[in-house]
Write a new protein. Structure first.
Length: 99
C-alpha cells in the first residue's frame, strides 16, 4: 500500500449513478490520519532508589506542545530483547508494579 503522511484528508464517496447528478451531492468527511509510531511523542524517564528497589517514572510528552500523553497499554521487554515475547501491561491505573 501507499504510505500517507500524517495530516488532514478529505474523504469523498459516490456511486456511478451519483456521478450524473453533480459533486455537490457527494458525501464528504474531513479526517485526520496519524502515524501511531510518530516521533512526535517522547518518553521522559526519572529513576529513584529505595532500599533494594529501583523505581522508574515514565511520562510520555507530545513534542509540539509538550502536553502529557497517556497510553492505555505498553509492552515490557525485561531483558531489552524485542525478538522475545514481551509482557503486556495495562496502564489504566495510576501506578504499575513490575518485579
Amino acid at each position: 500500500g501507499e504510505d500517507l503522511p500524517e495530516g488532514n484528508y478529505s474523504l469523498r464517496a459516490y456511486t456511478s449513478f451519483m456521478q450524473n447528478i453533480g459533486e455537490e451531492y457527494f458525501p464528504h468527511k474531513l479526517i485526520y490520519i496519524s502515524d501511531p509510531v510518530s516521533e512526535a511523542i517522547s518518553p521522559e524517564i526519572s529513576y529513584s532508589a529505595e532500599n533494594n528497589d529501583i523505581h522508574a517514572e515514565i511520562h510520555f510528552l507530545s513534542k509540539p506542545d509538550n502536553r502529557s500523553v497517556t497510553p492505555t497499554q505498553a509492552i515490557l521487554f525485561p531483558d531489552g530483547d524485542r525478538d522475545k515475547k514481551g509482557k503486556v501491561l495495562s496502564l489504566e491505573g495510576a501506578n504499575i508494579r513490575y518485579t
